[in-house]
Design a protein around this ligand. Structure first.
Ligand code: SF4
Ligand code: SF4
Length: 429
């Protein structure tokens, strides 16, 4: 395929140490991927590193190139590997382009030297943290079963001291999902994070770590629990943090309500622009599909751009839309949801069609819950006003309702407009 038809931007997460990690988080499906490469030393060679960076920089048609490092645990490669990667990036950088690096880490190895490097080279760091110590420690421990939350918090402090940009990546799992405000306020008030990404744990119950089987482990968040978690965090955010704290699900939803292009692959109608590069140059369709049948090829044998734009990868991305059951296609929140991530589609619809997302109940509850404030923010955006104005508007409305609730009698319609009698709605208690 000629380079001219390449997408203007695509995303590849490189795993220079493959699935190798210094922790053993109980819900991590990726640790099992070591089995894909028996006998490997799981270290990206200099040859693969240089070839990858040259190819990915050449292939990008846009002004910005993002180089994303992930794992396993990428810091296990050591700093010299990343110093070398910066040298190669400078060698192949095209005039007028900007190269940005991101790195996802558990934070345990970050020290002053690392932080100086990350700051000097403007890395954006994603720090994995599941909440306060007692919640983080439930599933995220080292190989000896010891707590690492103090080390992660120390990494956050060090990054702040060295002015390293970082955001929080938190899983929503069976253990922390019942504590949405403890988790959110901890990130906002204790850690001082401004960008928070929540990822639901939907862990298939199998030994391969692959997307197969119809049951999930008891570490997985329950669908209703997930909806309640997002709703509670949203209620706090919409009242005091809009424009100040950025939460991936809320940004993505606002993009949908405002008619902007999808902000994440999970909320897009099709996907396939977020691939994974293994330590040996193997390119896979997606981080969640590092499996033999989703191997696109090896960039040392076939140009990366050919693999990224191959028929196989296009089909992978379009399958997200083409395999949606009718139940989703007719769903009133389809435009915001698009069936979420195909890796979570393990249920049957009420009429028996396969392919319904495990999280559906929670997603529906969330999208219904945020509808009105999202409409207000989308309208503000259309008028070129700041979405943060919604906070003042809701505060005025709540104060008015409070006064009306105080005056309402039990059998009157509830002042909130639900259509229910006051005694069955806000007057229940
Ligand atoms: S909310 Fe449920 S039914 Fe609607 S699109 Fe999403 S997964 Fe499908
Ligand atoms: S499979 Fe899921 S995570 Fe992967 S690209 Fe598609 S939506 Fe994104």
């Amino acid at each position: 395929m000629p380079i001219a038809t390449a997408p203007s931007a695509f995303h590849i997460m490189a795993k220079p140490r493959g699935a190798v990690c210094n922790l053993e988080c109980a819900y991590c499906f990726f640790l099992k991927k070591e089995k894909l490469y028996p006998g490997s030393n799981f270290r990206m060679s200099d040859e693969v590193l240089e070839s990858y960076l040259r190819q990915v920089i050449e292939a990008h048609q846009g002004r910005r190139v993002t180089i994303a490092w992930q794992g396993g645990e990428p810091t296990l490669m050591g700093l010299d590997f990343f110093r070398k990667s910066i040298e190669y990036q400078r060698k192949y950088q095209k005039p007028g382009t900007i190269i940005e690096n991101t790195i996802q880490t558990n934070g345990v190895l970050l020290n002053k030297e690392w932080c100086s490097f990350l700051h000097a080279n403007k890395f954006l760091v994603g720090l994995s943290l599941d909440g306060p110590k007692e919640l983080h420690d439930v599933y995220r421990r080292d190989k000896a079963g010891r707590s690492v939350s103090d080390a992660v918090m120390q990494a956050a402090r060090l990054m702040q001291q060295h002015q390293v940009d970082f955001n929080i990546l938190a899983t929503v799992n069976a253990a922390n999902a019942d504590y949405p405000l403890d988790v959110y306020r901890f990130f906002r008030d204790e850690v001082g994070a401004e960008f928070i990404q929540f990822i639901p744990i939907v862990e298939r119950d199998n030994e391969s770590g692959s997307v197969e089987g119809k049951t999930v482990t008891n570490r997985s968040v329950r669908p209703e629990q997930y909806g309640c978690f997002l709703n509670a965090v949203f209620d706090e955010w919409i009242r005091r943090d809009v424009g100040r704290i950025f939460v991936n699900h809320f940004d993505a939803a606002l993009a949908s309500w405002a008619g902007a292009p999808p902000a994440t692959c999970t909320t897009a109608p099709t996907c396939g622009f977020a691939m994974v590069l293994e330590h040996n140059g193997d390119l896979y369709s997606c981080d969640h599909f590092v499996e033999r049948n989703h191997l696109l090829g090896n960039i040392m044998e076939q140009p990366l751009i050919e693999l990224a734009t191959s028929e196989k990868q296009r089909t992978f991305g379009q399958n997200k839309r083409d395999t949606l059951p009718r139940y989703c296609r007719e769903c009133e929140v389809l435009v915001a949801c698009h069936g979420e991530c195909p890796k979570n589609r393990l249920l049957r619809t009420p009429d028996g069609e396969p392919g319904l997302n495990y999280l559906c109940t929670g997603l529906k509850s969330f999208f219904a819950h945020i509808d009105r404030p999202m409409r207000i923010m989308a309208e503000l955006l259309r008028k070129k006003r700041a979405p943060a104005e919604v906070m003042q508007m809701l505060a005025v409305e709540e104060a008015r309702l409070k006064q009306e609730f105080a005056k309402a009698s039990r059998n009157e319609p509830c002042p909130c407009g639900s259509g229910l009698k006051f005694k069955r709605c806000h007057g229940k208690n």
